[in-house]
Ligand binder design. Structure first.
Ligand SMILES: C[S@@+](CC[C@H](N)C(=O)[O-])C[C@H]1O[C@@H](n2cnc3c(N)ncnc32)[C@H](O)[C@@H]1O
Length: 229
């Protein structure tokens, strides 16, 4: 793995969660998968980078539609599940910490997908910078995260540790909606769609469960933040 020597605490938490991640009931994960499939992303004939692919719940669907999928995650346990699930010559799983330079050539990808991963990233800018570097002009960045209002109310990725029987919460960071949007704008992306998603049976007065943001990279936009220039 191309990261610092000690294994990040979030990666080890996901290693512990990996074997039960797919069987634990998880409405956030299910709704996110539905949202991804509804957004009409342009995948046909395109090269996709999926960051924080986890056990690969969305990877087969991406692979079915795209020309290639590079799926990155830093948890060995999650990637083991993903590799067992998806066997396709045009899908490549790579163990990688997405906070460091991605193993992707400049302007070589058409779509970057981030599902329920950015809540584990403290500083968004390096991620938006890497996506901007990886994307061709006109390429799209799609992210879908637990809604920050839910986080403020205490929502956080959690599971029961199989060995101890104790509940564990995985370290998460709060990003307001404006932080996601402004990070994208500062890297020269155009905002295509902002979504706030509730469960089917939720009331209008319930907090949205998920936030999604879809950006398009303008052709010729710099891959550095305007504030760095
Ligand atoms: C909640 S899971 C989501 C998995 C999958 N995208 C899904 O929707 O089911 C978050 C995933 O992000 C990965 N992750 C978190 N921080 C990461 C980082 N810095 N680099 C790579 N992967 C990371 C975790 O290992 C975990 O597999």
């Amino acid at each position: 793995m191309s990261t610092a020597s000690s294994k990040p605490e979030i990666a080890t938490a996901y290693d512990r969660w990996a074997e039960t991640y797919d069987v634990d009931p998880n409405r956030t994960r299910e709704l996110a998968a539905t949202v991804l499939r509804q957004r009409g992303l342009s995948l046909a004939g395109h090269d996709v980078v999926e960051i924080g692919c986890g056990t690969g719940r969305n990877t087969p669907w991406l692979a079915e539609h795209a020309r290639s999928v590079l799926a990155l995650d830093f948890s060995e346990g999650m990637l083991r599940q993903a590799s067992a699930r998806v066997r396709s010559p045009h899908v490549r799983f790579v163990q990688h910490d997405i906070r460091s330079t991605w193993p992707v050539a400049e302007a070589s990808s058409d779509v970057v997908i981030a599902m329920l991963v950015l809540e584990h990233i403290e500083h968004l800018e390096p991620i938006f910078a890497e996506a901007a570097r990886a994307l061709r002009g006109g390429g799209e960045l799609f992210l879908c995260e637990l809604h920050p209002m839910r986080q403020l109310r205490g929502g956080q990725a959690n599971f029961v540790n199989r060995e101890t029987g104790e509940p564990e919460r995985v370290t998460a960071f709060l990003h307001d909606v404006s932080e996601y949007v402004n990070a994208g704008l500062s890297f020269g992306y155009e905002l295509v769609h902002l979504g706030e998603w509730r469960d089917d049976e939720a009331l209008r007065s319930d907090l949205p469960r998920l936030l999604s943001v879809q950006f398009r990279r303008r052709a010729g936009a710099p891959s550095r933040s305007r504030s760095d220039c």
